[in-house]
Design a protein around this ligand. Structure first.
Ligand code: NAD
Length: 252
C-alpha cells in the first residue's frame, strides 16, 4: 500500500467505530488526518490523540453534518489549517431508531434521511472546491449491506437512505471524472462497533453472525482496509464502485 504522506484525509464521524479505525489506518500510512466529532467530542479527542501518537498531524473539527452552516465552518477550518483536502470519507451515519414503517414517526424518518443521506450531500458539496483544487482526489461514502438487502428489523428508513448513498456515489462518480476525483463507496455488513451495541440485541447479533460465511462479525479495521485501497493509487482505475465488506453474507 502506498504512503499518503503530504495528503489530507477527512473522516466524518471518526470519534468511534469504523471512522476511528479509518483515521488510524490513514495515520499509519502517513496521511494528515482531519478527525471529526459531534455529540461525542471527548471520544473524538481520543481519536485525535491516537492519530498524533502515530507521528502525523491531526486536526479536530466539530459539528453536526446535517447542518449546512456547521459543515461550511468545518471546511473553512480545514482550509485554514491544512490548505488542502485530498480524500473525503463520508462515514458519519446512524440508525436513529428501529421501528416498523407503520409506527415510524415522520420526525424520525426525516432524521434518519438527514443523518445518513443529506449529510453526505452537505459535506460533499462544501468540500468540492478544496478537492477540485488538487490534481487528483477521492471521495468514499459509507453505505451498508442494508442498501441491497433492505436492512434488518425496523430499518427500512435507514436502508432507504443507504440505498440512496450508493446511488449518489455512482452518479457523482460520473459527474466528477473530468475533475479527476474518484468516488467510491463501502458497504459494511455486521461490524462490531457502538452502532450495534446501541441498536441490535445480543441474541440478534449472535444469530446474524452465525449466518455470515466467515462465521463472525467484522472489525472496524477490516472496513478501514477497503478505505485505504479505494483512496490509494492501487485503485486508480476504480470509480463508482461499492466494495462489500460483509464476510460473504451477501454475494453477487
Ligand atoms: P458509530 O456509532 O461508532 O459511528 C457513527 C459516527 O457517526 C459517530 O462518530 C457519530 O458521532 C457520527 N454521527 C452520527 N450522527 C452525526 C451527526 N448528526 N453529525 C455528525 N456526526 C454524526 O458506528 P459505526 O458502526 O462506526 O458507523 C459508521 C458508519 O458505518 C455509519 O455510516 C454506519 O451507518 C455505517 N455502517 C455500520 C455498520 C455496522 O455494522 N457497524 C454496517 C453498515 C454500515
Amino acid at each position: 500500500m502506498n504512503s499518503f504522506k503530504g495528503k489530507v484525509v477527512w473522516i466524518t464521524g471518526s470519534s468511534t467505530g469504523i471512522g476511528r479505525a479509518i483515521a488510524l489506518a490513514f495515520a499509519e500510512h502517513e496521511a494528515s488526518v482531519v478527525v471529526h466529532g459531534n455529540s461525542n467530542i471527548k471520544q473524538a479527542e481520543v481519536t485525535k490523540k491516537m492519530v498524533e501518537e502515530k507521528g502525523v498531524s491531526a486536526l479536530l473539527v466539530a459539528g453536526d453534518v446535517t447542518d449546512r452552516e456547521s459543515v461550511s465552518k468545518m471546511v473553512a477550518e480545514i482550509q485554514e489549517h491544512f490548505g488542502r483536502l485530498d480524500v473525503l470519507i463520508n462515514n458519519a451515519g446512524t440508525m436513529v431508531t428501529r421501528s416498523k414503517i407503520e409506527d415510524l414517526e415522520e420526525e424520525d424518518w426525516r432524521n434518519i434521511i438527514d443523518i445518513n443521506l443529506h449529510s453526505v450531500f452537505h459535506v460533499t458539496q462544501a468540500s468540492l472546491p478544496l478537492l477540485k483544487s488538487q490534481k487528483e482526489a477521492s471521495i468514499i461514502n459509507m453505505s451498508s449491506l442494508a442498501a441491497r438487502n433492505g436492512g434488518g428489523g425496523g430499518a427500512v428508513a435507514y436502508a432507504s437512505a443507504k440505498g440512496a448513498v450508493s446511488t449518489f456515489t455512482r452518479g457523482l462518480a460520473k459527474e466528477l471524472v473530468d475533475d479527476n476525483i474518484r468516488v467510491n463507496g463501502i458497504a459494511p455488513g455486521i461490524i462490531s462497533t457502538p452502532f450495534h451495541d446501541r441498536y441490535t440485541s445480543t441474541d440478534v447479533r449472535e444469530k446474524m453472525a452465525g449466518q455470515v460465511p466467515l462465521g463472525r462479525e467484522g472489525t472496524p479495521e477490516e472496513v478501514a482496509g477497503a478505505a485505504l485501497y479505494l483512496a490509494s493509487s492501487l485503485a486508480s482505475y476504480v470509480t463508482g464502485e461499492i466494495i462489500e465488506v460483509n464476510g460473504g453474507l451477501l454475494m453477487d
